[in-house]
Design a protein around this ligand. Structure first.
Ligand SMILES: *[C@@H]1O[C@H](CO)[C@@H](O)[C@H](O)[C@H]1NC(C)=O
Ligand SMILES: *[C@@H]1O[C@H](CO)[C@@H](O)[C@H](O)[C@H]1NC(C)=O
Ligand SMILES: *[C@@H]1O[C@H](CO)[C@@H](O)[C@H](O)[C@H]1NC(C)=O
Ligand SMILES: *[C@@H]1O[C@H](CO)[C@@H](O)[C@H](O)[C@H]1NC(C)=O
Length: 816
């Protein structure tokens, strides 16, 4: 009975397969694929079939991710040979001796042109998305991965296969309807140390550099997963971007407008999701700063500077000052190697190594050998270790001007640049640490042996004096932490005498300057505007207290400086501007996509939780706002200006009419009205910030055209009407994760509740953002100005005053 039913069932299956489009596992000599049929990979994640792109009339054979209902083509066979649209169906079959061919009617429109031959070949789609043609012994004769179109999948390469004479690269489609080759390519530089380049024709648009993961350090699944490797053998030279965890389906695609895009398959929404794209910021424009220039989007004055701002000068200062960087920079002191003088090298750290076109390399050399060889050759301009993963081995020499470098403060590399010997001595003498040592050397070199004993005494004395000085000066002890005391002169020099050109921003407690210390370390200096008579010890205690607050989402305090009335705080410098310049309005530098924004929201929440609960002391920030969130190179948020309210804001009594209390738009009602604050005041500000990050709009200044609601009011309306997604910044449409957007808005609304007791604490907020724990339904928030009522609690003078102030910390407000 059972056997019979299985038999009938099998018949039925065969019958169905006969009449409906077939789903084949393999194409052999006796089979073919006709329009409507598909060839699927073993685990059925990839599929090959016939498609028409974007309503085009033309028909192609392509490969797509099987679950992708949009059938985004990852590979196209006949990209150059679409058949005439009116004629009969297409067929894909194997033609002896081992060619895969597309026929239209009886004419061949595309062939794999397999170079080896074999009878009875078969074609299969592998689970990687690779279409392979195999001989009877299952030996590969041809594979689609050798002929990528516009997309790189895990396992594909770009570079050169010397054995078979294949140049692996990808080329954009001409348009979304036309897969024929467009003008943009992503290929590998092979004249020199290999690296990948995005080109338009022969012009380079963007260079990833062979040196690092493509932003591979972020938190999102996209970034965590992307790796980079270089293969250099006699058989091939290639550069590979790949997803480290191959169970994550991801791809790199050059689109028809010339963007290199990294996409990952999102299981939850069954769609390709854009992770990031290049080029994005100005520094990714190829060679923007020209010869010996260096780029950094975070610099306040200009994005370009000379590789070293003393030893190199702009070739044309006037042009340079007007942001025309095309002349580049030159060495202040020319090299004199050809006349037999000996040069040396200066080290520049944390940079993207320059364009490698025309470089020489040897991957088994040590750094010492590398330096020695470069030094011997007057045309060698710089050397570097190109791949840190090779245990310190490897050497690249540059012979041309160094081009297309940028600063990567967190994960850049070192390069050693050739300089005239006179430039090197200046370095040695001007850094105070080596000063004594250098002097001793100088003395030794002129001394006759007879005075060696004396010299010995001198050096011991020098050593002792230096040690003593050190002990007297630093560090300040604060528990286990050491806090550095900086001299006022050093900070004044670092900031060009607090030049207005170096101003990074102005916060509630003073002006912040950018500075560069003598050893090259970049710092942010906060010059506190205090007229209080706070004593030196009291100040030091406060600083030690702040410096104990350490968390990855807080800006790090490096030390301080005191002189007379001057009180300076020295912070780590973060190259990116603050969050407000990334999310608001027209002056956006980079548009942050949703994964980045969500990561920022969660990071701020964790930083605030630390201040409120996890640090040994409970800190209320009191001025949390987009302008106080700084972003590091990987777009991780760091809260700045914490701890200051307690130390330098709240306790001042006399002699100071300015009292810092916060920023309109972020202040909770109980603070505005009664002057009371608690950790829940920060929670309120956080809620406003979340709504701003989601919507890309400022709470202050937002005015709904229809009902005059402010941002919190508007958010409440759309949330209440189940249209939360409409609040979202339209630019997030592609990258968003509706679930996370809605959750964030709900959390934001909970945080801006009118009554402080109704607002969650930060540990609940962190849990809710992570999708754990219950998400209560928010009630109507504070500052809801509907069509018919203005909350009677709020005096109109407050809002008038606020209308003229935009985002600035408020300094005039009477205390209650
Ligand atoms: C195969 O060879 C033919 C004839 O030389 C050529 O026109 C066609 O472009 C080749 N096909 C591929 C995929 O390279
Ligand atoms: C790879 O990703 C899968 C699915 O997300 C996960 O289950 C697995 O643990 C990951 N493997 C590694 C080595 O990270
Ligand atoms: C590369 O460097 C190694 C180690 O110094 C040396 O033995 C080898 O000959 C070098 N190869 C070339 C091609 O210069
Ligand atoms: C210096 O390097 C260049 C480029 O590799 C090479 O052509 C030249 O022969 C080298 N000169 C010496 C003296 O080694």
């Amino acid at each position: 009975m059972e056997g019979a039913s299985i038999f009938l069932f099998s018949l039925l299956v065969i019958f169905i397969i006969k009449i409906s489009p077939a789903e084949l596992d393999i194409i052999s000599n006796s089979q073919f694929l006709k329009e409507g049929d598909t060839l699927v990979s073993e685990t059925r994640n990839f599929e090959l079939g016939f498609f028409r792109p974007d309503n085009s009339e033309n028909r192609y054979v392509g490969i797509w991710y099987k679950q992708d209902t949009a059938r985004t083509a990852l590979w196209v066979a006949n990209r150059n040979q679409p058949p005439p649209s009116t004629v009969s169906p297409l067929v894909l079959k194997i033609v002896d001796p081992g060619n895969l061919v597309i026929f239209n009617n009886m004419s061949m429109i595309w062939s794999s042109n397999t170079t080896t031959t074999s009878p009875n070949a078969t074609a299969k789609l592998l689970d990687t998305g690779n279409l392979v043609l195999m001989d009877q012994q299952e030996k590969m004769m041809w594979q689609s991965f050798d002929y990528p179109t516009d997309t790189i999948l895990h396992g594909m390469k770009i570079g050169i296969d010397y054995l078979r004479g294949i140049n692996w690269h990808i080329t954009s489609w001409r348009s979304s309807q036309d897969p024929s080759p467009g003008v943009f390519t992503w290929d590998a530089e092979t004249n020199g140390y290999p690296e990948s380049k995005l080109k338009q024709g022969s012009m380079v648009n963007y260079r990833s550099g062979p040196w690092r993961n493509l932003r591979g350090t972020g938190d999102s699944i996209f970034e965590k997963n992307l790796r980079y490797s270089v293969i250099i053998t006699e058989k091939e030279v290639s550069v590979n971007n790949y997803a480290e965890n191959s169970s994550h389906v991801a791809r790199l695609t050059v689109n028809s407008s010339g963007e290199l895009q990294y996409w990952a398959w999102a299981e939850d929404v069954n769609k390709w999701k854009l992770g990031f794209k290049y080029p994005t910021d100005i520094c990714e424009t190829y060679n923007i700063c020209s010869a010996y220039g260096i780029c950094n989007v975070g610099w306040t004055q200009q994005s370009c500077a000379c590789l070293d701002n003393q030893k190199f000068v702009p070739r044309n200062q006037k042009d340079w000052d007007t942001a025309n960087w095309s002349g580049g920079c030159v060495r202040r002191t020319p090299l004199d190697c050809k006349n037999g003088s000996s040069d040396g090298f200066i080290k520049k750290s944390n940079i993207l190594l320059p364009d490698t076109e025309g470089t020489w390399f040897n991957m088994s050399m040590t750094m010492e050998e590398c330096e020695a060889k470069c030094l011997k050759n007057c045309t060698c301009m710089a050397y570097a270790l190109p791949d840190a993963s090779l245990g310190g081995k490897g050497c690249v020499h540059w012979f041309n001007d160094l081009k297309d470098t940028r600063e990567y403060p967190s994960n850049g590399m070192d390069i050693f640049v050739r300089m005239a010997s006179s430039e090197l001595e200046k370095v040695a003498l001007s850094t105070s640490k080596e000063k004594d040592g250098a002097n001793i050397k100088l003395i030794l070199s002129v001394a006759v042996p007879g005075v060696l004993l004396l010299i010995g005494f001198i050096s011991i004395w020098l050593w002792y004096a230096r040690k003593k000085k050190k002990n007297n000066e630093q560090p300040m002890e604060g528990g286990n932490e050491e806090l550095q005391l900086f001299s006022f002169t050093a900070i004044a020099t670092a900031t060009a005498n607090f030049s207005t050109n170096n101003i990074l921003g102005e916060g509630g407690f003073g002006v912040v300057y950018k500075g560069v210390l003598e050893d090259g370390l970049e710092i942010a200096v906060k010059r506190l505007c205090t007229t209080s008579n706070q004593g030196v010890d009291e100040f030091k205690n406060e600083v030690i207290f702040i410096s104990r607050l350490q968390h990855r989402n807080l800006v790090k305090l490096l030390g301080c400086c005191l002189k007379g009335d001057e009180r300076l705080l020295i912070y780590e410098y973060l190259p990116n501007k603050s969050l407000d310049s990334f999310i608001f309005g027209d002056n956006q530098i980079v548009n942050l996509d949703w994964p980045m924004r969500f990561n920022i929201i969660k990071g701020i929440a964790r930083g605030l939780l630390y201040l409120h609960q996890d640090s040994r002391l409970r800190i209320i920030h009191r001025d949390l706002k987009a302008g106080n969130i700084l972003l590091d190179h990987d777009m991780n948020p760091k809260i700045s200006d914490f701890g200051l309210a307690r130390s330098f804001g709240g306790n001042e009594t006399q002699g100071n009419t300015q009292r810092v209390v916060g920023t309109y738009g972020y202040m909770p009602p109980e603070y505005v009205i009664h002057g009371t604050f608690s950790i829940k005041s920060d929670v309120f500000s956080f809620g406003v910030l979340v709504l701003e990050i989601v919507s890309g709009k400022k709470n202050r200044g937002f005015n709904h055209p229809k009902h005059g609601n402010n941002l919190t009011g508007h958010s409440w309306s759309v949330y209440n009407e189940g249209r939360t997604i409409e609040l979202m910044d339209p630019s997030l449409a592609e990258s968003c994760h509706p679930d996370e957007v809605i959750r964030s808005v709900a959390v934001g609304l909970l945080c801006v509740q009118k009554n402080a007791e109704d607002r969650p604490n930060m540990s609940s907020v962190v849990r809710m953002l992570d999708g754990e724990g219950a998400l209560p339904t928010p009630k109507q928030p504070a500052f809801f100005i509907g069509t018919d009522l203005l909350d009677a609690d709020f005096s109109s003078t407050d809002s008038n005053q606020a209308g003229s102030i935009n985002g600035l910390s408020i300094t005039h407000l009477d205390a209650r």
